[in-house]
Design a protein around this ligand. Sequence first.
Ligand SMILES: Cc1cc2nc3c(=O)[nH]c(=O)nc-3n(C[C@H](O)[C@H](O)[C@H](O)COP(=O)(O)O)c2cc1C
Length: 204
Amino acid sequence: MSDQRTVFEQPTEEVQAHRKPEYSVTPLFLNRWSPRAYSDQPVSEQDLYSILEAAHWAPSSFNDQPWRFIVAKTDEQLAVFHDFLSEFNRTWASKAPVLILVASDTKRENGDPNGAHAFDSGTAWGSLALQAKILGLATHAIGGFSRDQARTALNIPSTWELHAVIALGYQGDKLTLSEGLRERELPNTRRPLKDVVFEGPVSL
Ligand SMILES: Cc1cc2nc3c(=O)[nH]c(=O)nc-3n(C[C@H](O)[C@H](O)[C@H](O)COP(=O)(O)O)c2cc1C
């Protein structure tokens, strides 16, 4: 487990080289990035459930908590998930010791559509990723998977939307990746803040 204070207090050298925020930001936000190389070190049950607990404390519209997490951690469960990943994602994500499918209930308890289910579940995924980083673990969201196959294999109700599969584990050696992916195994950057923040009417 990494030093929990370090992850909050200073960007790693690799992160400093690639990520240059325009304003001051707690280093945790920069230190989280999505690697594809995972080691075979298992994730403890305690850490896994701390991470899911953090996700579950996210805010949601009417506190409806529409997020649902389907966890794969045994060989048998993981094999089911590997089957519905896209071929590209399977090449690297099948090394992760835990995969978590993030879904959301599109209906509120009274049956009305919940227009905020995706926004709320995205918020939960953000907390999940940060809590994992605090515990020294890495995450990588995957949108490239067959929703139809996942729905059938996991018996998921048609009212749940399937958002992403999250790879969770300890970051591994990038030499375990294919050559093409090795080059991409770096913290990436962001477009300028002025492209995404507007004061008053939008001017593009
Ligand atoms: C909803 C979602 C779907 C994604 N799908 C994939 C995917 O199918 N394959 C992949 O390699 N990365 C995927 N990513 C990872 C993004 O490319 C990555 O988060 C983005 O480039 C920002 O990089 P960072 O997470 O390292 O900061 C996905 C991320 C999100 C949030």
